[in-house]
Design a protein around this ligand. Structure first.
Ligand code: ZN
Length: 154
């Protein structure tokens, strides 16, 4: 015979320490603006897509992010849906010559991808920070932390 668990019993043992809530949307919007997801003041990026090791304003460590392939994936998803829709609409409405399609859509695709990639990466870094993903979680397992090579500038 087993004793029923109390309703407030933790599901893991020991119970994980409560972490402060990190609102998702403000963190993602700060990241999309190229600002630190924690404070919104310090610059997130060092260059076009390189993320600063830590925030110059609040000291939050930012190198834990693992945006990886997600920013280009979402960029392709968004740009592809918009451009393909426009290509089809223009083709049906105006039936332009192929050289005009190429002259219009290739530069527009490249430009919109370059414009969207950085804010999408910033938003994903903000999402990972807000959800305590990867090394942003102080309780993360050591293998989940980003390993920097010896001599890497911190
Ligand atoms: Zn900051």
């Amino acid at each position: 015979m087993t004793t029923p668990m109390p309703a407030d019993a933790p599901t893991t043992w020991p119970a994980p320490a409560a972490k402060p809530h990190r609102p998702l949307m403000p963190a993602m919007l700060r990241g999309a603006r190229g600002r630190c997801p924690a404070c919104g003041e310090g610059a997130l990026f060092d260059g076009y897509l390189t993320v600063h090791h830590s925030c110059a304003a609040c000291g939050e460590e930012l190198h834990h992010h693992r945006a990886d392939d997600a920013p280009p994936y979402f960029t392709i998803l968004i740009v592809g849906h918009i451009i393909v829709s426009l290509v089809l609409a223009v083709e049906v409405a105006f039936v332009p010559p192929l050289w005009l399609h190429a002259a219009l859509w290739i530069p527009l695709t490249i430009a919109s991808s370059l414009v969207l990639l950085r804010p999408i990466k910033g938003a994903i870094v903000g999402l990972q920070w807000a959800f305590y993903m990867h090394g942003f979680d102080p309780d993360a397992e050591p293998e989940d932390a980003v390993m920097l090579p010896a001599g890497h500038p911190r």
